[in-house]
Design a protein. Sequence first.
Length: 322
Amino acid sequence: MTTTERFVFLLIENFSHLAFACAIEPLRIANHVAGKTLYSWMLKSENGETAICSHRSVTLVDGGLDPLDSDDHLFVVSGINARSAATRPVLDYLRRQRRHGVRVGAICSGAYLLAKAGLLDGRPCAIHWDFHDSFAEEFPKVMLRRSVFVADRHVLTSSGGPAAADMMLHVIARRHGAELAVEVANQMVYNAVRSDEDAQRFSLNGRIGVSEKLKLAVRLMEQNLELPLSTQDLAGAVGISGRQLERLFGKHLHRSPKQYYTELRLQRARNLLMQTDASVTEVAMSCGFSSHSHFTRRYKQAYGTTPHKVRAPALLRKAMER
């Protein structure tokens, strides 16, 4: 006799509707294909009545922060406002349910709330790539991965969007076999199912062609943003001359290694300014800029505004959210 598994989705205000739909629809379709109720689900929110998604439509929910059964699966679904959504009632609720034995997971930026509740320390997780920089800064004990989802034995996390479907298809295959998961994917007209080994963003092959030397150089840049490597050091690390490296960057990326490196560091700085409370000076140092003035000048050249002007609206939003 097949036991029905129940999935509980905790919808946080401004949650990603795309990610939520991609998570819940595979469960519904699995029931349809199997001809039996393999899965049931329940929707919850902090206010216990409704939840407003990212495109402002209102979703009715089944209840608030009530206790769950120990064999339930609880998934936190959030969006761009994960930081302000980490309220004490929500965090306390997540901790209580985990202590009670409920299996927890997260979709899109939901991993932020799990990490804030202390439920991801020492564990691998996935979160939407737009949160990677700030998440890594705030939660150094969490093993952040760039995978589309992470199927940890204790916690399932998905980076959002169609990745939530990939995760649920993995869940279905693990419990009821690959054949059912494939049929569910077919019903979804989804023929590009990914595993937990797939990265979120376009691969380096897709971005810069097939040069292994260039791909390695870019990876080294991404791994050394706080203490940037010189062009000569990069060239030596990948086994070519500095001039050869310059030619590779010019051919495939239409810029010098130094220009590309600076763009990577400024992009990370922009993420940190928008997503964290770190000072402009702290952001500058963490992105490899030797001085506040140098960082400000480079930032204005790239984005047409100063780091302080970017930080002011972000801080104002946080103050209003409180």
